[in-house]
Design a binder for this molecule. Sequence first.
Ligand SMILES: *[C@@H]1O[C@H](CO)[C@@H](O)[C@H](O)[C@H]1NC(C)=O
Ligand SMILES: *[C@@H]1O[C@H](CO)[C@@H](O)[C@H](O)[C@H]1NC(C)=O
Ligand SMILES: *[C@@H]1O[C@H](CO)[C@@H](O)[C@H](O)[C@H]1NC(C)=O
Ligand SMILES: *[C@@H]1O[C@H](CO)[C@@H](O)[C@H](O)[C@H]1NC(C)=O
Ligand SMILES: *[C@@H]1O[C@H](CO)[C@@H](O)[C@H](O)[C@H]1NC(C)=O
Ligand SMILES: CC(=O)N[C@H]1CO[C@H](CO)[C@@H](O)[C@@H]1O
Length: 589
Amino acid sequence: MYTKPILLAGYLQTTALTVFVLNVTLEISLWEEERYTDGSKWKFLEHKGPVFAPPYEPLPSNVKFYYDGKHMKLSPQAEEVATFFAKMLDHEYTTKEVFRNNFFKDWKKEMTPEEKSKITNLSKCDFTEMSEYFKAQTEARKQMSKEEKQKIKEENERIVQEYGFCVMDNHKERIANFRIEPPGLFRGRGDHPKMGMLKRRIRPEDVIINCSKDSKHPKPPPGTKWKEVRHDNKVTWLVSWTENIQGSIKYIMLNPSSRIKGEKDWQKYETARRLKKCVDQIRAQYRDDWKSKEMRIRQRAVALYFIDKLALRAGNEKEEGETADTVGCCSLRVEHIKLYPELNGQEFVVEFDFLGKDSIRYYNTIPVEKRVFKNLQLFLENKQPEDDLFDRLNTSILNKHLQELMDGLTAKVFRTYNASITLQQQLKELTSEDNTPAKILSYNRANRAVAILCNHQRAPPKTFEKSMQNLQSKIDAKKDQLADARRELKSAKADAKVRKDEKTKKAVETKKKAVQRIEEQLMKLEVQATDREENKQIALGTSKLNYLDPRITVAWCKKWNVTIEKIYNKTQREKFAWAIDMADKDFEF
Ligand SMILES: *[C@@H]1O[C@H](CO)[C@@H](O)[C@H](O)[C@H]1NC(C)=O
Ligand SMILES: *[C@@H]1O[C@H](CO)[C@@H](O)[C@H](O)[C@H]1NC(C)=O
Ligand SMILES: *[C@@H]1O[C@H](CO)[C@@H](O)[C@H](O)[C@H]1NC(C)=O
Ligand SMILES: *[C@@H]1O[C@H](CO)[C@@H](O)[C@H](O)[C@H]1NC(C)=O
Ligand SMILES: *[C@@H]1O[C@H](CO)[C@@H](O)[C@H](O)[C@H]1NC(C)=O
Ligand SMILES: CC(=O)N[C@H]1CO[C@H](CO)[C@@H](O)[C@@H]1O
């Protein structure tokens, strides 16, 4: 249950009643409160503004920079930017030409004219003393005493207490990212053309504050001014600014789950959405790696292809106490696959048959690309059935590789990404202007497409036949009831023709309504029966709860005017409160 103590402060002056509840923790469900209907997100918003990066501290005079072998004292601005490079000196980035060129260009902009005329060749710059200095500092931090560490921790907590919360309407809410990132050199993902550029320091003059008029406005640091203070309650951000590298607007927002629990969930789907952006690149790379000279890289690339294409688990994700012989992608053995150069008119078919997580059988025959097929043949050479298919690969190697491809990437992210994007596509395809039960059937069909993809099968419940029979007798009874109602309507109509008075006219209207109502009920039951039959061997719950971005569902409900209760039960609504709160009908995964 998402409950939060009400912040009583606002009520105190006005309500005598609150006096006796003062010491009682009053809990209400934050999510069951009335929402504004005019698009407003709040009426009252008060916060302290962002925490800026600490100012630059010049280097001690014994830490020297050399140009062309000679000591050179840099101006503070030029020195600060030089330290960004020095801090990365051991990193591969600083050897890349694009990185170096971008850096040098931006660095020169920070130099005095004199410095600029002297420093003309980055290769002649010697940052090693700076680099050593920062390494020593890092080391010193590690060696700090418990007391010193405690002091820093306390200071951090004080900052969180002061800046980490805001008041939105009557709630004290946590702020997600109230610290503004310090300046540095831009890295970007992969070979980003802008890598090495100077990510500028954000100053109060760059920052727009959003808060309510009647709140205590945040104070800019002494001697500075905000760019602007506005009062826009149609948005939820508290602070925004534009970063200089890509020109994108950055925001400080509420923690998407004060909401605490929802946050993790939200991040999971945000990670999957990030994968959406780089999946093409990842695919291109593993396809390339199928041709690698190194066996371990080929194996890794084929495993990655399976994870991407088949939503296989990485492997060895056993529940505690699970002793069954279950496998995932990395732990597949020779006996788990069969290769068919041709099968039922398809080329290069792989048959998988193994026990996956929770001992659910995974059985699938799929055509694969020729190169994958050839690689598999190679991996199988001279092996016994019980040998590992990927003998140069294990889960930790694969996971490490995934991390390198994208921050936060795991096999599960591929599942989440594919499940969510598939749901979104299916919903678009299947839903049409129709009655609500038919829309819900479409939703469940889309959900089933995902469950099949994720291999969320189940044995038909023991009670399946019985409950289908019950439903069928309900349908039969409803049909009888409908026949009766139609008969009554017919005779009422006949009656009305003869008598032509108000009373009989009214009777006809009433009977007409009754027929309509029963027709709707019958249709609902029939849709339910179809749904249940199609659902016989598929478990929808797991994907709904773990793999499908709930914002897709919420957006669909809003778009098609289906109440969320029809799709999510109470448990699910609580888990997805953040999404119900956040997504509008135009949300796109
Ligand atoms: C820059 O300095 C390096 C190292 O001293 C040298 O090899 C290179 O030729 C110089 N480049 C230019 C354009 O002068
Ligand atoms: C999701 O998985 C299916 C099954 O392998 C695949 O055909 C489809 O291309 C995948 N979709 C995306 C968007 O990755
Ligand atoms: C995975 O393989 C690497 C390299 O062969 C090895 O160092 C590591 O211990 C292995 N990890 C596990 C969990 O088997
Ligand atoms: C809601 O559905 C899930 C399955 O998705 C089930 O485990 C849970 O018990 C249900 N909760 C309620 C309150 O019906
Ligand atoms: C949405 O559904 C409600 C209740 O089912 C109905 O009153 C309303 O008119 C519908 N709105 C639209 C735009 O279809
Ligand atoms: C700088 C910034 O974030 N501006 C946005 C503030 O919110 C309005 C909507 O209320 C947007 O239109 C602006 O782009």
